[in-house]
Design a protein around this ligand. Structure first.
Ligand code: BES
Ligand code: MN
Ligand code: MN
Length: 461
């Protein structure tokens, strides 16, 4: 991979400039107002894949946002790696909390990123990490050192649950046939401590609506005699965790697999400084399920969190009103062997059961996703571990992640292929939050490491 690495060094400034161009397009998948920008981003990615040397590049329309596909199939005797990532991003709001425009990338130095970090929505999640793969591919091809067949599938709906990608997998099993799926959409422990993600949580996401009276009322004339749906909703939400922060929905934990003591011991040996964690977040204490550590609470345990709540008057000044309705969006992160549909169902039943007769409730299900755990005794894990060891000078630590990438479980069930989650972000990069950033160190470390994955995978497979 020597020629590849030399090529990367010669072209590193151009690689960065191109990524900044990609970050300038606001590919917010959740908001229909950005539909054209999302489409332009897909075209941009396709164009860069073509320029890198990929064949049969296409922008495939779906019922939602398009999927970008491209490939380089040079030798059927070599293994085939499918690179998956997403070019869509989360909404950038609240805009006023950004120190520079979310789609106006700038490089700033920080304590954790002394070489500079790119501040922009999607810089880490996941445009910056997708772009590492396109550039590593370009470099290997230009250097004549591509050891595997490669397929790229970069989607535009990951941040909205990948709702159309399952059908694309079902309909294109042959085209997507591969030996392994390589994904960079997760984090490492820190820039001196590489890690590989060996698990993702699943997700059940619901929206609830609580209705009291059939219209807004004067809070003095009716207040005290008619249920206030915001008060009721607050109580209902509060009751869903007990004093030990266990979730009270009957049956919620029924299918949760118990993690053996030796595995829990091992995961708690990973470097983690709770004091730094708290001071970084500005919190006086961590908070979570009794009997579990912070590392366990964010990986092997399920959660229930309100993501948003609204209702009543939130404008300037005070309006005395007894609102008719209250709403909340609630996510539940799931662990093996919980099933998102079953959990959604249990939630809905419980939510209706605890509602007092003074209100009516409705529960609407959003997208969900299955949890995954990936083994470490596979050629793909070993290849990723060797690649990281080579470029970081240290063997990576296997660690389960708390986030979700719903399509990963479907890769296994539909295509019959396992994934390797070799991400390069940091948990502190503010993904989904104002001031998302991605270290230049991380961007370049990814481009440097990926070619070694291909090399070792071809050797070990
Ligand atoms: N890249 C993240 C998932 C992630 C981040 C996993 C860090 C592990 C560590 C992904 O883009 C994401 O945000 N997924 C959503 C899924 C949802 C929208 C269906 C999530 O986890 O909230
Ligand atoms: Mn992502
Ligand atoms: Mn994300």
């Amino acid at each position: 991979m020597q020629k590849t690495q030399t090529y990367i060094q010669h072209h590193q400034n151009r690689f960065l400039e191109e990524l900044l161009d990609l970050l300038r397009i606001a590919s917010v998948s959740a908001d229909p107002a950005y539909k054209d920008d999302v489409a332009r981003t897909a075209e941009f990615v396709a164009e860069k894949l073509r320029a890198a040397g990929a064949d049969n590049v296409e922008v495939v329309p779906t019922a939602g946002h398009p999927i970008v596909y491209g490939e380089k199939l040079s030798d059927p005797s070599k293994p085939t790696v499918l690179v998956y990532g997403h070019y869509d991003v989360q909404p950038a709001d609240p805009l006023e909390l950004w120190t520079s425009g979310p789609f106006d990338p700038v490089i700033k130095k920080t304590e954790l990123h002394p070489d500079g970090a790119i501040y922009a929505r999607g810089s880490c999640d996941d445009k910056g990490q997708v772009y590492m793969h396109i550039k590593a591919f370009e470099a290997m091809l230009a250097a004549g050192e591509l050891p595997c067949n490669v397929k790229f599938m970069i989607e535009g709906e990951e941040e909205v649950g990948s709702v159309n990608l399952g059908a694309f997998l079902e309909g294109n099993k042959e085209k997507l046939a591969c030996d392994v799926i390589l994904i960079s959409d997760t984090s490492i422990i820190d820039n001196q401590t590489p890690s590989i993600n060996v698990g993702l949580r699943g997700l059940s996401y619901v929206e609830v609506e609580v209705t009291g009276a059939n219209r807004d009322l004067h809070s003095g004339v009716y207040g005290g005699a008619v249920a206030n749906p915001i008060n009721i909703l607050s109580k209902m939400i509060a009751s869903m965790q007990d004093e030990n922060n266990h979730i009270t929905i009957p049956g919620f934990y029924e299918d949760v697999l118990t993690v053996p003591a030796h595995e829990r011991k091992a995961m708690n040996e990973a470097p983690f400084n709770e004091k730094h964690y708290m001071s970084d977040l500005g919190i006086g204490s961590v908070h979570g399920e009794a009997g579990y550590t912070t590392l366990e609470r964010t990986s092997i345990r399920p959660t229930l969190d309100v993501n948003g709540v609204w209702g009543g008057y939130i404008g300037e000044g005070a309006k005395t009103v007894l609102p008719s309705k209250a709403f909340a969006k609630i996510s539940m992160r799931l662990v093996p062997n919980q099933d998102p549909d079953k959990i959604t169902d249990l939630f809905a039943r419980h939510f209706k059961a605890i509602a007092p007769p003074s209100v009516q409730v409705e529960v609407r299900a959003h997208h969900g996703g299955l949890p995954v755990v990936t083994p470490t005794d596979t050629p793909e894990y070993q290849a990723a571990a060797k690649a990281m060891e080579q470029t970081f000078g240290k063997a990576p630590i296997p660690q389960r992640g708390g986030g979700s990438i719903p399509i990963v479980a479907l890769f296994e069930s539909i295509l019959g292929v396992k994934s390797v989650l070799m991400g390069f972000g940091l948990d502190s990069d503010n993904i989904h939050s104002p001031n998302e950033h991605y270290g230049l160190f991380n961007f370049y470390k990814g481009i440097e490491t990926i070619p070694y994955f291909y090399q070792y995978y071809a050797e070990l497979k």
